[in-house]
Ligand binder design. Sequence first.
Ligand SMILES: [Mg+2]
Length: 379
Amino acid sequence: MKVTALRAHPVSVKLPATFWVGNASFDTASIVVVEVKTDEGLTGLATLHGRSMKTVVAMVHELQALVVGMDPMAHEAIWAKVFAITTAHPDPTKGPRSPLFHADNRAALMTALAGIDIGVWDIKGKALGLPIWRLLGAERHVLPAYVTGGYYRSDRPNGGMRDEILSYMEQGYTAVKIKVGASTLENDIERIAEVRDTLGPDGAMMLDGNGGYSLAEAERAIDAFAEYKPAWFEEPLHWYDSYRALGKLAVRTHIPIASGESEMHAWACRDLVDLGGVRVMQFDATRSAGVTEWLRVAAYCHLQGVAMSTHHEPHIQGHLAAAAPNGLNVETFPDAERDPIFAGLYEDRAQLEKGQLILNDKPGFGFSIDWDFVAKHAA
Ligand SMILES: [Mg+2]
């Protein structure tokens, strides 16, 4: 079997409000759908939670020059060939390289690599007639899921999350993550208290700072938040000092530190574990480097006693968490206002039920795309 073509389709849907987190705001949901086509009629699919969609799409198409003709079962070889671009010297004897392949576009290249790698794994499952969770050796296909909500919203500037949290509990969720760090500490304490009161003492509440704090601010915040018993404190620190300073925060508190969704590769995840004291790793295979790299991260984390929790795209990454010995849970976005793409893009996919992700038995990642939705929301 050989890869014959790569296709990328950007999709964007306008949200009903502006959503804030610690370091950013957004008013659209976006995704890139990648197809890896083969000469045997199998097509591998990926959905990418990436940024710079335009560059990612161009990069996927540009990478056809490297990947077309390769055996899609050879995921390590494909991964290595694409990754090698990030360190290759220009070779004047071979003509000019793609103008896209330069250091400024490194993140987009790693996202494109994620799309190719996930597509290749999807093909592998389809060729063998196995869902990826089984291909990776899992026995379980039902995983604990938590919901990410509790954003700062333009239509709800002062919190008021009780109804939102109750709606998740009515769907069977017992674990909810909310955003912190984009407001005053006093306001965040009120928001957290409201969520803890709504969830009750047994519900799990996670806090996500999205890089909103300095070390000193994070120390004050974690001390103030501790009495509400957060299950973890995620990505608290500003981007520029998020390894060593995180380690200082980690030794100061008994609250587990989570991080990894912003990292591009396994070496950075190693540093989060070794220097940052991270206890919950959230490396995102759909944002950077794909399944192949996620498995490397999971193996390292397993050796260090660190759990794997997924970030976005549970229909893909749920398979990985199901099989990993240290797979903890999956992040989900059941609120169609926040994630209209998860609600509308798929003809078929893993389902959310009673606070759990249920993976199906279909080969590959077990999802198919509603191409009318892609056409309607083409970005
Ligand atoms: Mg996060």
